[in-house]
Design a protein around this ligand. Structure first.
Ligand code: SAH
Length: 444
């Protein structure tokens, strides 16, 4: 294979090293900015060249050894070959570049806020299960494939989850419960899903069929192996699909949900509700969002894309009234129960598409709006109606700064301004970055 000595010019927003070879960009995974490396030339296309690291000749100060022994095969993490300081610097630069390219030259991009211990943070784990010869394996799908990479210990998911996955696999063997085979559509267990709260742990067994022989003994042997599990739910997904969860659920043990405390409020979490993955970082992010909103007792707040109502409920302590809107019905049911359980009686939650809610909204005028949309950002219709209500502040939380920049441009055209971006590292070891921006309404 042909090799080339090259110096990495910059990283893509996915953390891939880039250099230029005869006017074509060459992409090299696991290489770091400014490093001199010997690269293997893997593929030469019309427009791009793809390579891999053969040898690092002059390592970056940010280079380190990944902790995980399947890091280079799994694809779940992207930055374990960089020190944590290097990762934070990289994320800060990604956001800076995006805002600069969008023409926001004078905007201050703060340094990305990191986690004290950037490992074992994931409180939700989804692991596919498969037969491999005589063995049953559970792990993660290799990126863009259906090949499962088993692991001994995953450094981003919480340690008890590592133990539960192993216990479920052993219990399957002991009770002769067959994993699902997606080609033949036979077998029982498709996925193991674990959700953890500070004091409670939920195991969701995703199965192809509702009833199967040995189910009770299977559940008993899992419970015997891991005493910390507080509830076990069976989710039935009979369809031939990549979607993990099905509609129907049976509670096999315990109450069927867990309760977690976030910013001093208790939240009920069902198998299907959205809940932030990294609690420690989430509290920092929410505190910043609430601080930026500078709420007072006259404020009428909208929490758009509210999930189980987390931000809205935290805001309700300082505001007059809060409305929350979210498209998933189960999450809204949880939000209403959460409000009641926490004695919050100034927050109301609605299940609707955010854009439809805005069209029908006839409450009092909103003064502060939190938006926290999924990766695709807000729809134009939603932003249009939002601008119509002219809230004095919009706090925009985003898990995809690219769509955030697009939406902010739209809101600026409708009379909003902003000065600063606050990046947060919610997913250490991966390239993802979350950002919070306060937009103020200009005086008409
Ligand atoms: N603010 C919450 C959830 C943020 S995730 C939290 O911090 O926990 C984004 C949420 O938007 C998800 O719960 C998703 O179900 C919801 N969502 C996606 N599209 C939507 C739409 N068109 N209208 C309303 N909610 C939507």
């Amino acid at each position: 294979m042909k090799t080339l000595e090259i110096t990495i010019d910059h990283l893509t927003k996915e953390g891939v090293g880039v250099t230029r070879i005869e006017k074509k960009p060459m992409y090299i995974m696991y290489a770091i900015e400014n490093e001199k490396i010997l690269a293997n030339v893997e593929f030469v296309g019309k427009r791009n060249i793809f390579g891999s690291v053969n040898k690092v000749l002059t390592p970056s100060n940010y280079r380190c050894n990944p902790k995980c022994n399947v890091y280079y095969q799994c694809g779940g993490c992207h930055l374990q070959h960089m020190t944590y300081e290097g990762q934070l610097q990289f994320k800060t630069n990604v956001v800076k570049k995006l805002y600069k390219e969008a023409g926001f030259e004078n905007i201050k991009v703060n340094k990305c806020i990191g986690q004290d211990v950037p490992y074992f943070y994931r409180n939700k784990i989804q692991s596919p299960v498969k037969r491999s010869g005589k063995n049953i394996i559970a792990g993660f799908y290799k990126e863009d494939s259906h090949e499962i990479i088993p692991f001994d210990k995953c450094y981003v998911q919480d340690e008890l989850s590592n133990k539960i996955i192993k216990a479920v696999v052993v219990a399957m063997k002991e009770n002769k419960i067959e994993p699902y085979n997606e080609d033949l559509e036979t077998g029982i267990v498709r996925h193991i899903l674990i959700r953890r709260a500070s004091k409670e742990t939920m195991l969701v067994l995703v199965t192809k069929v509702n009833s199967f022989a040995g189910r009770n003994n299977f559940v008993k042997s899992i419970r015997n192996k891991v005493k910390e599990i507080t509830t076990i739910v069976q989710n039935i997904n009979p369809r031939h699909t990549n979607v993990i969860l099905g509609e129907k659920e049976n509670i096999l043990y315990g109450k069927g949900f867990i309760v977690d405390t976030l910013c001093n409020i208790n939240f009920k979490i069902s198998p299907k509700s959205f809940y932030q993955i990294n609690k420690e970082q989430c509290e920092k992010l929410y505190n910043k969002a609430i601080e930026l909103a500078t709420l007072n007792k006259d404020d009428i707040v909208l929490d758009a894309y509210c999930g189980i109502g987390t931000i809205g409920m935290i805001a309700s302590k300082k505001a007059k009234l809060v409305y929350g809107v979210e498209i998933i019905n189960d999450a809204i049911k949880d939000a209403r129960i959460n409000a009641k359980n926490n004695n919050i009686n100034n927050a109301y939650f609605y299940c609707a598409d955010a854009k439809d809610f805005m069209r029908k909204y006839d409450g009092e005028a909103m003064s502060v709006v939190f938006v926290d949309p999924p990766r695709k950002g807000c729809s134009e219709q939603f932003l249009n109606s939002l601008a119509h209500f002219k809230p004095k502040k919009i706090v925009y939380i985003s898990c995809n700064p690219e769509t955030q920049v697009r939406d902010i441009k739209y809101l600026m055209a409708k009379g909003y301004t902003f000065n600063e971006v606050h990046p947060f590292d919610m997913f250490p070891q991966t390239f993802h970055v979350e950002t919070v921006v306060l937009l103020n309404k200009k005086n008409d």
